[in-house]
Design a protein around this ligand. Structure first.
Ligand code: X8Z
Ligand code: ZN
Length: 607
């Protein structure tokens, strides 16, 4: 009996055909779709209703999905030497690369890893800072702030004491994650090795349709091209911060303290525009304030984004989007407030999870998230393994490319402002945008530089925090506002570390979005200065965008890029062109000054 059962399998293993491979792949995709959907539902409940139970249920579903994926990758090896049509071969490749968190084959270890991952994610979601009472058991809970509330306060506070307090208070959530994170790294690496990769970071870097070393080199090439812009912006902003805050902002080594930039991670600086605005600048509008004056609630804010996509020719969001999304923070339970877009059933069940407060940042982030959802919807007719973006940077770039079209002309058109600022306001407007777009670049790069070194073992747990600050210093020229030690674990206070979301995608996206935006402006027949282009209402721009989105991951990303832009390389020149007038202005402002900063002996020192 046993022999009889084993025989067909042996025969198939000896001579697999293209048809066998096709059948295997069809079955695998159907199974993965099911598992992915159920894991998506469990993940949704876990992040919108954090309890021990939802954490365990989400971990279980993630475990099942990883187990099956790993088995399928193992079985797929039988087709390694079969000549397959390119589409089918690509699916096998994507299957092998599909796990962001590979796990060991040992069931106990796999269970341990998925539970660790769910618990790190929940720790971040539950994270609070309670000013004044340090979160003690008897604390007045009404004083406690989640990261969404702290974000709002850091954006507007100009009191350096309060800023330092918020910064220090929030970063306390990292320390308890340290040991769990170290175990997580070990276990995930074991899974990556069993799949044939050196470590989890190497697996991540292999998903860019080129050898991982070439990918790393491309990243460096792009950084070299845009770093001069960052250095000019850094020097100018530092000078203005010193004018505003005096000694607290004035470090001898030329770095900027991390708590003064209007953002918890000093990753985007647009919120301190008022501090750095050129003296002669005409007053600009504040979208957040306008939305508040109009009493625009969370739903209305999302509708602004939806209308933009509709103006390009996209259909309204499915009715279930409005029924199932979480747009405001519930008062009765913990949720992960960090914005995310969900494609739960890889079909029409798309959702947004975001604690919207109506700030200018929220307005932009809504467009970012809708970019994800319209991408998801555009590729839903592809085979399951192609239902993804051309590479992960593409997914992150779509909504941002749309948000670049939120120009004064556009805001006037939709009735949010009455008057379009004159061309003389271009430098201030560009500066406002650069504070978000340019300032982000080194941050977007250093997060995974850190994580790649952590996964590769070059950085050991005993040096986690030192290595983090060394990179913050090297790339961003940012220093901690208070002394740090290895008793802290500051990476844990940034969502994407406990959530294990790869980050270099956001660096790529900062570059791609200007390429996409420029291509859409061309399609719309626009020919003025790039920074004043809005593709709102252009069906041609929409069609150009859609041609790329609908491909999903079915083609190597350079081909998808070509469909949209005519270029097949990631290229910073559109971004550089966009900011060209600002760069000339910054150079003038910084004339006679030394740019950059010197490297501190101890990157964890606040002195
Ligand atoms: O995480 C996000 C999005 C969700 S994919 C809100 N972003 C990065 C961040 O917040 O750190 C968008 C910009 C960078
Ligand atoms: Zn995103």
């Amino acid at each position: 009996m046993a022999c009889l059962l084993a025989l067909p399998a042996l025969v198939a293993a000896a001579t697999p055909t293209v048809a066998d491979a096709q059948a295997f792949m069809d079955k695998a995709q159907a199974e993965l779709l099911d598992l992915n959907t159920i894991a998506g539902r469990a993940g949704w409940v876990q992040e919108t209703y954090i309890t021990g139970d939802t954490e365990l249920l989400a971990a279980k579903e993630s475990e099942r999905l990883i187990e099956r994926t790993t088995k399928l990758v193992e079985q797929a090896k039988q087709f390694d030497d079969v000549q397959l049509p390119p589409d089918l071969r690509r699916k096998f490749k994507l299957l092998k690369l599909s796990l962001t968190m590979p796990a060991p084959n040992d069931p106990k270890l796999r269970e341990k890893l998925t539970q660790l991952a769910a618990s790190l994610d929940a720790s971040y979601g539950k994270g609070k800072y309670c000013p004044g009472n340090e979160g003690s058991a008897s604390a007045d809970q009404s004083k406690c702030m989640g990261i969404d509330e702290i974000d709002v306060q850091m954006a507007k506070s100009r009191d350096p004491k309060e800023l330092q307090d918020l910064w220090t208070g929030w970063h306390k959530i990292g320390a308890p994650m340290r040991d769990g994170y170290a175990q997580f790294v070990d276990l995930s690496n074991q899974g990556a090795r069993e799949l044939g990769f050196a470590d989890t970071g190497a697996l991540w870097r292999s998903n860019y349709d080129m050898p991982p070393e070439q990918f790393s080199a491309e990243i460096e090439r792009i950084w070299t091209e845009v770093a001069p812009l960052y250095k000019e912006l850094h020097a100018y902003v530092r000078k203005r911060l010193i004018q505003k805050y005096g000694a607290v902002a004035d470090r001898k080594d030329g770095m900027i303290p991390a708590d003064l930039l209007g953002n918890m991670w000093a990753q985007e600086w647009g919120n301190i525009y008022d501090i750095v605005a050129p003296d002669s600048a005409p007053p600009t509008y504040d979208v957040g304030r306008i939305l508040q004056e109009r009493h625009a609630d969370a739903k209305r804010i999302v509708q602004y984004g939806e209308s933009f996509f509709e103006s390009l020719g996209y259909p309204p969001l499915p009715a279930t989007f409005w029924e199932r999304s979480l747009l405001t923070k519930p008062v009765d339970r913990d949720v992960v407030c960090h914005a995310s877009a969900w494609d739960v059933d890889s079909d029409q069940d798309v959702r947004l999870k975001f604690c919207i407060h109506g700030t200018s940042d929220d307005f932009t982030t809504v467009h970012h998230e809708l970019g994800h959802l319209y991408y998801d919807l555009a590729y839903r007719n592809q085979p399951f393994l192609f239902r993804n973006s051309a590479n992960d940077g593409f997914h992150e770039a779509i909504g941002d490319a749309i948000a670049l079209s939120i120009t004064p002309e556009y805001l006037k058109k939709i009735g949010l402002i009455q008057q379009v600022p004159p061309p003389s306001a271009d430098i201030p407007l560009l500066l406002r945008t650069a504070l978000d777009k340019i300032a982000f670049l080194p941050f977007g790069l250093m997060i995974d530089k850190w994580r790649w070194e952590v996964f590769s073992g070059k950085v050991k747990p005993a040096d986690y925090n030192r290595a983090w600050w060394a990179l913050r210093e090297q790339y961003q020229g940012i220093a901690p506002p208070v002394n740090r030690t290895e008793a802290d674990f500051d990476p844990g206070a940034k969502y994407h570390i406990p959530a294990n979301t790869p980050y270099v995608r956001y660096f790529l996206a900062r570059i791609y979005q200007f390429q996409f935006y420029q291509a859409m402006c061309q399609a719309a027949g626009y020919s003025g200065p790039l920074n004043r282009c809005s593709v709102y209402g252009s069906k041609e721009a929409g069609a150009r965008l859609h041609a790329m989105l609908a491909l999903g991951q079915s083609k190597p990303w350079p081909e998808a890029l070509k469909v949209m832009t005519g270029e097949s390389k990631i290229d910073a020149s559109a971004m550089i062109e966009y900011f060209r007038p600002l760069l000339a202005w910054l150079k003038q402002q910084n004339r006679g000054e030394t740019l950059g900063w010197t490297v501190a002996k101890n990157p964890m020192s606040a002195e």
